[in-house]
Design a protein around this ligand. Structure first.
Ligand code: NAD
Ligand code: HJL
Length: 266
């Protein structure tokens, strides 16, 4: 069994303004939190596919507390392939587990029962994933569908709305609407880089309720997976900041600092 984490009530209280309401309110869209851990050079990992520990014990517990406060935790398929993540909450005495959501338009992940997420699910410490794909049921191998179903997960088909170099891309409005229809009223988006960069585009700021970034005092160097959204220009073609936070607060956790803010005011 993995180690259990603790997170103090006072630290939890300091984050409260940035978290989904305790009781889910009826809403037309889920409460979406964008959260990740980054180095001083804005890297999420040393290189694509390389699992890299950035968070110290305090901010790691903070991330797991966030997991306890959201109905779903969403990651891109490259994060699953790189990290073999558990995607559960390991806070001691937590009573709820988030539903893992994997964005995998082309089904690059071939789930196996030995994957950590299924181990955790069998031991009752987490939930099975919902895999969001652009492929229809006929294209999904039967044994993968059965494995998922057996653990309580499933594939969810979403039409891809854009084709970018033959890669299927989802419209985030549709993704979050589909998750809300599944009863998932809050979603914590944890990465990786492509997922975060696409959500930081101004088109999607209206969907993001909260941004919570752990900053670790380290430089990973060139070649990492970097958080840096596409540049935005005004009507004259002059470059503008792609995104800026407001209502900002900074919270030290051990050697890390956690930055909370909002991308827009609702
Ligand atoms: N430090 C952190 O907090 C943190 C968090 C998560 C992941 N990571 C690291 O990040 C790396 C993975 O990041 P990445 O950028 O390579 O991949 P990613 O996890 O963002 O996944 C990319 C894939 O997600 C899918 N995708 C992304 N946006 C999509 C959209 N709009 N529509 C449809 N599909 C979409 C595509 O299949 C794409 O190839 C790994 O090394 C992992 O360890 C770090
Ligand atoms: N907060 C945070 N600090 C880090 O240093 C780091 N590498 C991640 N990465 C997030 C990513 O979503 C990983 O996949 C999970 O951290 C996998 O770990 P779990 O088994 O689910 O705990 N997140």
């Amino acid at each position: 069994m993995s180690e259990k984490l603790t997170f103090s009530a006072s630290a939890a209280a300091s984050l409260e303004p940035h978290l989904p309401p305790g009781e889910a309110q009826p809403s037309k869209q889920p409460f979406v939190t964008l959260t990740f851990a980054t180095s001083l050079d804005s890297s999420l990992s040393l290189a694509p596919g390389v699992r890299t520990h950035l968070s110290g014990p305090g901010s790691k517990a903070m991330t797991h507390y966030l997991r306890s406060r959201h109905a779903a935790i969403l990651v891109g398929v490259s994060t699953v392939l790189a990290d073999n993540p558990g995607l559960n909450c390991r806070i001691a005495d937590s009573t709820s587990q988030p539903r893992p959501i994997v964005i995998d338009p082309h089904l690059r992940w071939k789930p196996r029962s030995t994957d950590k997420v299924f181990d955790i699910c069998r031991s009752g410490d987490g939930l099975a994933p919902f895999i969001v794909t652009g492929l229809s049921k006929d294209h999904i191998p039967k044994e993968q569908q059965e494995l998922l179903q057996h653990h309580g997960g499933k594939y969810i088909h979403i039409p891809s709305t854009k084709s970018d170099n033959d890669r299927m891309r989802f419209d985030w409005d549709i993704v979050f609407q589909v998750l809300l229809a599944e009863g998932l009223t809050s979603v914590m988006v944890e990465g990786g880089g492509q997922i975060i960069n696409s959500l930081l585009h101004p088109t999607y700021h209206k969907l993001i309720d909260s941004v919570i970034v752990t900053i670790a005092p380290t430089w990973l160097g060139k070649g990492g997976v970097v958080v840096s959204p596409d540049r935005v220009c005004d009507a004259q073609g002059t470059p503008q900041a792609a995104a800026r936070l407001s209502q900002v607060s900074w919270h030290p956790f051990g050697e890390d600092v956690v930055l909370c803010g909002k991308l827009h005011s609702r």
